[in-house]
Design a protein around this ligand. Structure first.
Ligand SMILES: [Zn+2]
Length: 138
């Protein structure tokens, strides 16, 4: 799969730093569907920070003047790939959080705390499920 996101972009780094400061540990761009930007394997939370240009954000997606058709097709393909990746991951039990680059730039703390909340809630649920599982069986 070709990479359509810039690696380690500013907004992404800002969120990662903040999550690290909250003592949440994650992996970056692991080899699962769509290579999410930030992944919490234990909680099964995958985070994407989509660049406004490549993913065709309605607010900042620049519409290049030349090769209009080429770009239109390209953005549409990227968007349908994004949706497909989300569906694949969700079908596999992941919670998928998608943010626009501009969401992160506007309010990195809000994005970070939403991610942290989701990770913590899902980590708790997993431990509870494990505790209440019967001892026999697998
Ligand atoms: Zn945008």
């Amino acid at each position: 799969m070709s990479r359509i996101r810039g690696k380690d972009t500013g907004p992404e780094l800002a969120v990662r730093k903040a999550l690290w400061a909250l003592r949440l540990r994650y992996r970056v761009h692991p080899a699962i569907a769509g290579r999410p930007d930030i992944v919490f394997a234990g909680a099964r939370v995958a985070v994407f920070i989509d660049g406004c240009f490549w993913h065709g954000c309605a607010l900042h997606g620049v519409k290049p003047k030349s090769n209009r058709e080429f770009w239109r097709t390209k953005f549409r393909k990227n968007q349908s790939r994004d949706r497909k990746v989300t569906r694949l991951l969700e079908a596999d039990g992941w919670a998928v959080l998608r943010y626009w680059e501009h969401d992160v730039k506007d309010d990195p703390l809000k994005v970070t705390s939403q991610i942290a909340k989701s990770v913590r809630a899902r980590t708790r649920r997993r431990y509870q499920a494990k505790d209440s599982a019967p001892l026999s069986g697998r």
